[in-house]
Ligand binder design. Sequence first.
Ligand code: 6PG
Length: 254
Amino acid sequence: MINVFPNIESLNLFAAEQFVEIANLAIEKRGQFTVSLAGGSTPKSFYQLISSDKFNGKIDWLKIYFFFGDERNVLPEAEESNFRMANETLFQPLKISNENIFRWQTELEVAENIAADYEKKIKMFFELSEKTSVSAGDSDNFPQFDLMLLGMGADGHTASLFPFTDALLETEKIATANLVKKLYKTRLTLTFPTINNARNVIFLVAGAEKAETLREVLEGEFQPARLPAQNVRPKDGNLFWLIDALCGKIIEKQ
Ligand code: 6PG
């Protein structure tokens, strides 16, 4: 489903209503709500909205478990940390307990170790077997998040799955380190089998600089190596694209 909104405020309002609905349904059905947060700047105002008085009374936050779709390999208090952004806009305002937050342990420094540690945490939380190798697409060995929040970069990346990087081809790991040559950095990211195993995936995309890429992702040729966001195709889950008019102005199908 693709929804184009006149501005980021109306996009955030719709996203907040969806978040509440998905959360309460999950809590009603399974007693908990697991959400993987998006990083970057777009979701910041969304997190501020759901933690505001307008929405914070609509959810039992004690039953929500927070994860991160990706992270920069920096300490949690660093300016560019996705955890830091969520901590300031969501966790601290809502006084979320540490037991409900599962972040990438970037203090471990070595990206591969951080990813392996995160994968272990996720497997424990979702009670997945420690089988070292899983057959591709064996969804029993991947976590099923109730909600995966994602953003998209102007180059078509999502999470830290950047164009022409090795992690795009990962079919066994839940979480991985990913060398992004153009950034001269190694990022940390959940993999497509994990993302595509979610019950619900919501993209939050805004900004004129993403318009052409978004049109290609949604309406152009399938080129997932160049446009990784095209690889987000939930196996059984719902996929929502929530986009603002600045980047959605050239989208035909809405
Ligand atoms: C990150 C994000 C990344 C983000 C896009 C869009 O760590 O940067 O997870 O995938 O969603 O880069 O970022 P903006 O919202 O800042 O445009």
